[in-house]
Ligand binder design. Structure first.
Ligand code: GLA
Length: 402
């Protein structure tokens, strides 16, 4: 008798387990709650890593929030302030994640409140492994607890890294944190950061809002042996990954380096223009409280930002390449096009776009706006071009006449 009751209880427990644990034959966990609609266009904001690395504090984040408003960045559309690695120090006896008390003495809730009071949004970083890339506590085994904590603090955006994950399966690991965030009671953007290693373009659109496609960018034109991927290397890796981006699901070729000093003003204009063509998240990575006029001019160029934020959400493609000269084309809502003529060479080049690359007949008249000089040319037919500076771009928006 006793034995039968025990067996029945075991059967009930097993049925409950099957009913509540959606494990599938492929070992992954499926998501039931829908992905919140919080990134209909590529997220725009600021992240501490590129400039400050581990040197983060509540003082720094407050300064950057103030500067985001005062510099016009907020008016241009930037909204997220994301603290990258090193804000976390330890877990308490109950496993709750603790911010570094020396660097964040007022705590994360107070900091999130400060950011929200400025009309901005607040983001944090964690990692799918036991430890983050900088050896701070990761979220493995604490996903639901951490997500609940983030929601309590008022977190709007989570960047989730991939260091120290051993043999974990990326899709399964990111699905757990996605489930945890969706169960947290707060709409939170999930920024997947597994460097494009396990085909995030296949599962990222279901699981998160954006996914890194490459290893880290560094503030330079092209790669050097010790530093990794320069801006043009990231661009080339990204060029092969078109066709996936869509509202709420963006390829992420890593954060911006504009204003960090390792490239020329012309190169930063190219970087910003090309990231906009890629429908990339525009996450500034410089010190917003110390920007020169060119940095502000580039980061707040509303015409270029409008291309990035185009509601159609299609990623641009490299339509033509002849040696150092490239033509990039991005279809925009309403039948318009954005075009970048990109000169990767060391000398100025005469470049032109022929209408056939846009699928337009040669005699089609169009209005062309240069998005950097702001010059508008009406009634252009057949082609458009000009002299492009070394490492520079001409970026235009083309609207065919009705
Ligand atoms: C990885 C990420 C970077 C940054 C660092 C932090 O390298 O790709 O963007 O978050 O970790 O340690």
């Amino acid at each position: 008798m006793h034995h039968l009751i025990r067996r029945a209880a075991r059967t009930v427990a097993l049925l409950c387990f099957i009913a509540t644990t959606p494990a599938h034959a492929d070992g992954t966990l499926k998501l039931e709650a829908p992905k919140p609609n919080v990134a209909p266009t590529p997220p725009m904001g600021w992240n501490s890593w590129n400039k400050f690395a581990c040197n983060v504090s509540e003082k720094l984040i407050r300064e950057q929030a103030d500067a985001m408003v005062a510099s016009g960045m907020k008016d241009a559309g930037y909204q997220y302030l994301v603290i990258d690695d090193c804000w976390q120090k330890s877990r308490d006896a109950d496993g709750n994640i603790q911010a570094d008390p020396e660097r964040f003495p007022s705590g994360m809730k107070a900091l999130a409140d400060y950011v929200h009071a400025k009309g901005l949004k607040f983001g944090l970083y964690s990692d799918a492994g036991s430890l983050t890339c900088e050896g701070r506590p990761g979220s493995a085994g604490h996903e639901f607890q951490d997500a609940r904590q983030y929601a309590k603090w008022g977190v709007d955006y989570l960047k989730y890294d991939w260091c120290n994950t051993g043999t974990r399966n990326a899709e399964a690991a990111y699905t757990i944190i996605a489930k945890a965030l969706r169960a947290s009671g707060r709409d939170i953007v999930l920024s997947i950061c597994e460097w494009g290693t396990d085909h995030p373009e296949r599962w990222g659109p279901t699981v998160g809002h954006l996914w890194r496609t490459t290893h880290d960018i560094y503030d330079g034109w092209e790669s050097t042996k010790d530093k990794g991927n320069g801006m043009t290397n990231v661009l080339d890796m990204q060029a092969a990954r078109g066709g996936v981006s869509a509202p709420n699901a963006w390829n992420d070729p890593d954060m911006l380096e504009v204003g960090n000093g390792g490239m020329t003003t012309t190169e930063y204009e190219s970087h910003f223009s090309l990231w906009a063509m890629l429908a990339a998240p525009l996450i500034a990575g410089n010190d917003l409280s110390k920007m020169d006029a060119d940095t502000v001019r580039i980061l707040t160029n509303k015409d270029v930002i409008a291309v990035d934020q185009d509601p159609l959400g299609l990623q641009g493609r490299r339509a033509l390449k002849e040696g150092d000269l490239e033509v990039w084309v991005r279809p925009l809502a309403g039948g318009e096009h954005a075009v970048v003529l990109f000169n990767r060479g060391k000398t100025p080049a005469d470049m032109k776009l022929n209408w056939d690359l846009l699928g337009l007949p040669a005699n089609q008249k169009a209005d062309v706006k240069d998005l950097w000089s702001k010059k508008v040319t009406k009634g252009v037919s057949g082609s458009y071009g000009g002299k492009v500076a070394p490492h520079g771009v001409i970026m235009v928006r083309i609207k065919a006449a009705p």
